[in-house]
Design a protein around this ligand. Structure first.
Ligand SMILES: C=C(O[C@@H]1C=C(C(=O)O)C=C[C@H]1O)C(=O)O
Length: 463
């Protein structure tokens, strides 16, 4: 990492200030420097241990790791124009940005599952929607590693002082690489609160009856577990275990106000790369087998299940209908395939296309979310049932989480297989799709299987 390149920061900030004075508006300055420092997970572990609020993101296909530190700007949609308005503001901000180096600006964040429902415990620190442009963003992809400095430059900012501040922050980051990482204390589960199996199954039964009566076609009923551990949980240690346990899922960790929402999700909501749109419908679940033969049999059973095919098809249709007005081309694979995870397998249908001129990633997120994979169908009726029957705040669980850049690219996942941790306390969430042929007991087992991915990663004394 060459600190001599810091001279660039001062001249870029000066240029941005000049522009800000001319336009009377703050201007985003973006400076990217090649990074040869520590790997982002190693840095994330150190930042987490030091209690620094940061953001971690990792997708394995394509390989991309983002580590955001600090906050240059927080982008929040306003109630009237929603994500579409935010999309326009982001585009304008980037059109006017002063950019130096190989990379453009990037914002990372998420949305609540149900933005109309009231924010409740334990989600008070997680707003309805927010995308953060970090002060410093470490980005590692197959193309190389960069440290991106973002600053919203105002008319009266002093470029010299400000560039020194960034220089100091980068030096602190570089020196934190040297910090010795002591292993977090072993934590064991001491208490667990959550809805009992019988009570959950009674709710599922009532919803299945509503589906059979024709009031809706599908609803996703979730469970919330509140666990207490013997020692404070380390978000970075949990994320490392999730990463080791599953080589394919997308990892995320968002720290806010002393809490951390993290997970390893198999579900991508939508990715836009140079105008190409990629998504999948993911719904229909069965466990993995005890051996190859058993696994194969279970996979075939899932593919042949009318109930799972129906549950899955509702998701394919809803995604198609949401995307059609926003895409120029749309291709849907004719049949679902198995999406295999360490503990379970899902049905997955690939959906691809090309984004129409004038639309952006956030427009796609707005149109798609929440899909019937996490809410149900029709959406309005499903959300109404969820509000009445679940009786807890899903917060950011099952909501979209991801990033957008200044070049029109973006990637959002559905924040599943996740937990909200705060010291020794942990909140876990998992749900499953109910249709007319569902059996409550079986569905309860499915939510337990989904919860077990995170439960395994939370305990530190496991080998
Ligand atoms: C709702 C969850 O998962 C969703 C529901 C699925 C199902 O019902 O088969 C499968 C994958 C996800 O789309 C969850 O993991 O909490």
């Amino acid at each position: 990492m060459k600190m001599t390149r810091m001279g660039d920061l001062e001249s870029v900030f000066a240029k941005a200030r000049k522009q800000a004075r001319q336009s009377g508006q703050p201007v985003l300055a973006v400076v990217s420097l090649p990074w040869s420092g520590a790997d982002p997970m190693a840095l994330y572990q150190r930042l987490d241990a030091a209690g620094v609020d940061c953001l971690y993101w990792e997708t394995r296909e394509p390989q991309r790791v983002l580590l955001g530190i600090g906050q240059a700007l927080e982008c929040v949609p306003d109630p009237d124009s929603g994500l579409t308005g935010l999309q326009h503001r982001w585009r304008r901000l980037n059109d006017d940005a002063v950019v130096e180096g190989a990379e453009v600006a990037r914002a990372i964040g998420g949305l609540r599952f149900d933005r109309t429902a009231n924010q409740q415990w334990p989600w008070q620190c997680f707003p309805a929607a927010c995308l953060t442009v970090p002060r410093l963003l470490l980005e590692c992809t197959a193309r190389g590693s960069y440290l991106i400095c973002h600053k919203l430059v105002r008319q009266d900012d002093d470029p010299v002082t400000e560039s020194h501040r960034y220089r100091r922050d980068i030096e602190t980051l570089l020196s934190s690489e040297q910090a010795v990482l002591s292993s977090p204390p072993a934590s064991t589960l001491v208490r667990e609160q959550g809805i009992g199996a019988r009570q959950w199954q009674a709710k599922a039964e009532a919803l299945i009856d509503a589906i059979r009566a024709g009031r809706l076609s599908k609803v996703v009923l979730a469970r919330h577990l509140h666990q207490t551990y013997s020692a404070p949980l380390s978000a970075a240690a949990v994320l490392c275990r999730l990463r080791d346990a599953d080589p394919c899922s997308h990892l995320f960790a968002v720290h806010r106000g002393g809490l951390c929402f993290l997970g390893a999700t198999p579900e991508r909501l939508v990715r836009v790369h140079h105008g190409r749109v990629e998504t999948h419908a993911l719904a229909g679940t069965i466990r993995r087998g005890d051996n190859a033969e058993d696994d194969q049999r279970l996979g075939e059973q899932l593919l042949a299940s009318d109930k799972d095919q129906h549950e899955h098809e509702l998701v394919v249709q809803a995604i198609r209908d949401a995307l059609r007005p926003l895409l120029d081309e749309l291709t849907i694979s004719p049949e679902p395939v198995l999406h295999r995870l360490p503990l379970m397998q899902h049905l997955s249908t690939r959906i691809e296309g090309r984004i129409a001129a004038g639309s952006g990633v956030l427009d796609l997120v707005q149109a798609m979310q929440p899909t019937p994979a996490v809410a149900g169908y029709p959406r309005h009726e499903a959300l109404a049932c969820i509000r009445v029957h679940e009786r807890f705040d899903r917060g950011w669980y099952a909501g979209p989480l991801g990033w957008i850049d200044g070049a029109g690219n973006g990637d959002f996942v559905v924040a599943l297989r996740s937990a909200l941790i705060s010291g020794k306390e942990c909140h876990l969430f998992a749900g499953c799709g109910l249709v007319g042929d569902s059996e409550p007991e079986h569905e309860y087992g499915e939510t337990s299987l989904k919860l077990s991915c995170m439960c395994r990663a939370l305990v530190s004394d496991r080998t």
